[in-house]
Design a binder for this molecule. Structure first.
Ligand SMILES: [Fe+2]
Length: 336
């Protein structure tokens, strides 16, 4: 038995949410090559063997995603697996350092330290951030294949993704569903996501935990840091004279602003801001809710979270997010 086996966790299929179950039996193999992680369905009672591992290796998708094989054309494979009462070996990293995008986040940390310590010029900082941004973009949305499906797969395996990669997957998916799919839009989103939370990079693990789990009842020091970070990031870009497009700056500054004007740092109604800002703000909130559920060990699908955010009963002017942006995302995912 190879080392690959060690990173699997066995979970019962019936413990997965219903739509995960369906996906799990359609996508027989999953492979994340950079992490050397695999997921495979194994009928309950069967023993993992070197032969099975070889079959898995031969059949694994070699594209650089947490991408899965295309679903079988007929459902017979899935049916036969189901009728065998299967267990599922699920992708689950044992350590955050195994998350996709971890290396790029480390590079962001290093860059942030250099910027804070004045150890880098503006043009060097721009060059580095663009390189990291393109790296993450290449991970979550490579220029091949069915982008929407790859992004949905990424999001279904959120625990496998580092924060920037997870958020970028959501932002690009949401932008695509809202009709933005040009290469330059994706690059602007990626660059904004790399820059906007740089000032949050020195949060301690406890603060990070508090950020996700106790929102918005943070301690005063954390609240001060959180409420200021979009402006700090914006100022950092100016102070360093980094050269980034105006739209990126608008995204950085407003990524926590809401439709009802109850966001931060300025509390402006996002209605008055470019559409891409509304899309990013929705992606930010969706990501934070999904991560929060994940940290608490609860499983919620993207659609469940979007439905919570959409909240039918809320008066239009009190909604946190644009109904149209949200509905176009839901429509786009359903059409997939
Ligand atoms: Fe942020």
């Amino acid at each position: 038995m190879g080392a690959v086996k060690m990173i699997y966790q066995r979970v019962a299929l019936e413990e997965l949410p219903l739509d995960e179950q369906k996906r799990a039996v359609q996508d027989i193999y999953a492979y994340a090559p950079r992490l050397k992680l695999y997921a495979v369905l194994v009928p309950k009672g069967e023993v993992w063997s070197a032969e099975k591992e070889q079959v898995l290796l031969r059949n694994a998708d070699s594209s650089p995603y947490i991408g899965l094989q295309e679903a079988p054309k007929s459902s017979s494979v899935a049916d036969s697996v189901l009728s065998n009462d299967p267990g599922l070996l699920q992708l689950k990293p044992i350590d955050p350092s195994e998350r996709l995008g971890f290396k790029e986040t480390q590079e962001l940390h290093d860059l942030f330290k250099l910027i804070k310590g004045d150890g880098i010029s503006g043009s060097q900082a721009t060059e580095q951030i663009l390189k990291i941004s393109d790296g993450v973009l290449g991970i979550v949305a490579p220029d091949v294949g069915d982008l929407k499906r790859k992004l949905l797969n990424n999001i279904q395996n959120l625990a496998m993704l580092d924060d920037s990669s997870a958020l970028l997957s959501l932002a690009i998916l949401f932008a695509t569903c809202n009709g933005f799919s040009s290469k330059s839009t994706l690059r602007d989103l990626s660059l904004a996501i790399m820059l906007m939370d740089l000032p949050m990079m020195d949060l301690s693990n406890e603060e990070r935990q508090q950020y996700f789990l106790e929102r918005p009842n943070w301690s005063e020091p954390l609240k001060a840091k959180v409420y200021k970070h979009p402006l700090d990031a914006y100022d950092m870009v100016f102070a360093k004279a980094m050269s980034v497009p105006d739209l990126v700056l608008t995204l950085v500054r407003n990524h926590h602003e809401l439709f009802n004007g109850k966001g931060f740092p300025k509390g402006v109604r996002s209605e008055t801001l470019p559409n891409l800002v509304k899309i990013l703000s929705l992606a930010v909130e969706t990501f934070e809710m999904l991560r929060c559920f994940e940290i608490q060990g609860e499983s919620r699908t993207l659609m469940e979270v979007l439905m919570m955010i959409r909240d039918e009963k809320v008066e239009p002017h009190l909604r946190r997010h644009s109904r149209k942006v949200c509905d176009d995302v839901i429509k786009g995912i359903r059409a997939q």
